[in-house]
Design a protein around this ligand. Structure first.
Ligand code: OXD
Ligand code: MN
Length: 600
């Protein structure tokens, strides 16, 4: 008997009969068990122990070369009908999917141990926590889950009956052609097979934390969002909480760990971190929107992390961290990646385990020739973060004053604008888009619509998800104000016009002022934009006219964007809420009026 919960035991038995492990081991959350697993993983080469004097408790893992990222094309939502999964998600009939994956799981754990990981998303026992049990044949997954979530027998005590998400994961033989990440929302189950990459196999994160949670949130009246949470303390001690959603590679972890420029620090401003990836949001008794970060660690992208972009992240990963697919400094037993402060190691070993020198780098084949894989990661305990807010530990979370959406837009979106209210804000979220860069695709400026930065993570139909946003808004008597930012606007030479990173505090300052009914704003067709002197640019070395340009609204570009959004809405289909269609009509009308006004 593995646990005292008969439902959990029955399910473990069923999965063990299918996958045939040599033994079944319960993960109890103890340091002793963790240490034994670390030692075992080092003995098999699954982990490499780093220099324990310089990086105590830190290890390096190298994944299979074909298994380095989330696989959206192999991720399925298996609802009874295809319509429930919607147009964006891949869908498979649940019976067909179970049959197909049963073949792959059959005997897949022979010669291996099946680990049983009971974990909690949120503080165990709190009203907002959700529980999961993940069965896996990977020690890397166990050790990563111990960092990313709250794991152990105390979680089992919180689970009643089948009130938990069932997650079954097997590395199997890592066959990329038979790799599946399948979600069964109706039975609260996840099956993941043939991958070892975090986003596909740490089933707490994207699978439960966003896809199943968004589905549960719709039926239970709350929201699961791809959002960071941060706290800003003003000089008078007043604390404001902000959530922000950005598509991948738009700097969520950096914003979550922002250090204000010296000028703000001297004035007494403080920014603290509550989360960098997932927010679960509920309507409070006070009519405000309350957020928790249900995770317990960071699974961040290593390349680009340096003392300019994110000193707090650097300090977070100097102990008890698992690095995946970064570069090894073979002399020092430490790690390195592109964008690190240090020069490349003399004896560097790249993410594939081969000797590496800087001259091998070819930007046309970044992944194949960089020392660290562009999607190499750190998995680090949240409590390591120097800027962690004590409010992270509040079981009921924090009241949110502002929601910030953002994307990577070279021209269209201004540095910041405020929407006219929850409905217009929901519309702005539905329209989030990010432009791909030449470095990643070869085609500059290809717009990928990524509504609320949730395109790969909504566990049901996108139109119904937007309706859920509108429905939640109606229950909020004091809703957060909704903003849109764009740190990535470029000039005629393609150079970024805004310095970003810590200087984003200047934009936050305007946002916070707006939340308090202060701060000037100019009404434009797209929303409320700061006047040219509305953002404090003192001490920044901006060329004359830059702020004007950053805050300008290019009517023609916006009209083109509206046409693209109209196509996207048609693709989503007739579940797109009428209210959002009317918002789109209104925006187009205002833009035409502005364009007409200018022409005449
Ligand atoms: C992501 C991540 O892919 O957080 O969004 O890993
Ligand atoms: Mn993410």
């Amino acid at each position: 008997m593995i646990t005292r919960n008969a439902r959990i035991n029955e399910w473990i038995d069923e999965c063990a009969k299918l996958t045939c492990p040599d033994s079944v081991v319960l993960i109890d959350g103890s340091d002793a068990q963790r240490d034994a697993l670390r030692a075992e993983a080092c003995s098999t080469g699954e982990l490499l122990k780093l220099n324990q004097d310089l990086l105590p408790g830190c290890y390096l893992h190298r994944s299979a070369v074909n298994d380095v990222a989330r696989v959206e094309d192999r991720t399925f939502i298996c609802t009874r009908t295809k319509a429930e999964a919607g147009k964006i998600n891949n869908w498979m009939d649940p019976d067909e999917c179970r049959a197909r994956l049963t073949r792959l799981f059959r005997g897949s754990m022979k010669g291996r141990t099946m680990y049983v990981i009971p974990y909690s998303m949120g503080i165990p026992g709190s009203r907002f926590a959700k529980y999961g049990v993940e069965l896996t044949d990977s020690i890397y997954v166990v050790l990563s889950m111990l960092i990313m979530t709250r794991v152990g027998t105390q979680v089992l005590d919180c689970i009643e009956g089948d009130g938990f998400t069932k997650g079954l994961h097997s590395k199997a033989d890592l066959d990329e052609n038979e790799r599946y990440i399948a979600h069964f929302p109706e039975t609260n189950t996840i099956w993941s097979v043939n991958s070892g990459y975090g986003g596909n196999v740490l089933l707490s994160k994207k699978c439960l934390g966003l896809r199943l949670a968004s589905y549960l949130g719709r039926t239970e009246g709350w929201m699961a969002e791809h959002m960071l949470i941060l706290e800003v303390e003003a000089p008078d001690g007043h604390k404001t909480y902000v959530c922000a959603a950005f598509p991948s590679s738009c700097g969520k972890t950096n914003l979550a760990m922002l250090i204000p420029p010296e000028k703000y620090r001297k004035l007494g401003y403080k920014v603290r971190t509550l989360g960098d990836d997932i927010s679960w949001l509920r309507v409070g008794g006070d009519g405000r929107l309350w957020a928790i970060n249900p995770e317990h660690g960071f699974f961040g992208v290593a390349p680009g992390t340096g003392s300019r972009s994110n000193p707090n992240a650097l300090a977070t990963v100097d102990r008890e961290t698992i690095f995946t697919n970064v570069c090894l400094d073979a002399d020092k037993g430490t790690v390195w990646w592109e964008g690190h402060d240090d020069p490349p190691p003399v004896h560097a070993v790249d993410w594939k385990g081969r000797p590496w020198t800087p001259d091998m780098y070819d930007k046309r084949d970044k992944a194949g020739t960089s020392a660290a894989h562009p999607n190499s990661r750190f998995t680090a305990p949240i409590e390591n973060c120097p800027s962690l807010s004590p409010a992270y530990f509040e079981p009921e979370g924090v009241p949110i004053s502002a929601i910030i959406f953002g994307g990577r837009r070279a021209h269209t979106a201004p540095l910041v604008y405020q929407t006219y209210g929850w409905r217009h804000g929901t519309f702005a979220g539905s329209a989030i888009a990010s432009e791909t860069t030449a470095a990643t695709t070869g085609a500059v400026g290809v717009v990928r619509r990524d509504p609320m930065a949730m395109r790969p993570f909504v566990g049901y139909d996108m139109g119904l998800y937007w309706q859920h946003w509108l429905d939640i808004g109606r229950r909020l008597s004091n809703p957060p104000k909704i903003f849109h930012v764009n740190w990535f606007r470029t000039d005629a030479e393609g150079r970024f016009m805004w310095p970003g990173y810590g200087e984003n505090m200047r934009v936050l300052e305007w946002i916070l002022a707006r939340c308090e009914g202060k701060g000037d704003a100019v009404s434009t067709p797209i929303g409320l934009v700061p006047p040219e002197d509305g953002i404090d640019a003192s001490g920044l070395d901006l060329a004359p006219g830059t702020m004007k340009e950053l805050l300008s609204v290019d009517t023609a570009a916006w009209l083109r964007d509206c046409a693209d959004l109209r196509d996207f809405y048609s693709f989503i289909g007739n579940t797109v809420p009428d209210e959002l269609c009317r918002e789109l009509d209104g925006l187009e009308r205002r833009l035409h009026a502005a364009a007409g006004g200018k022409d005449s």
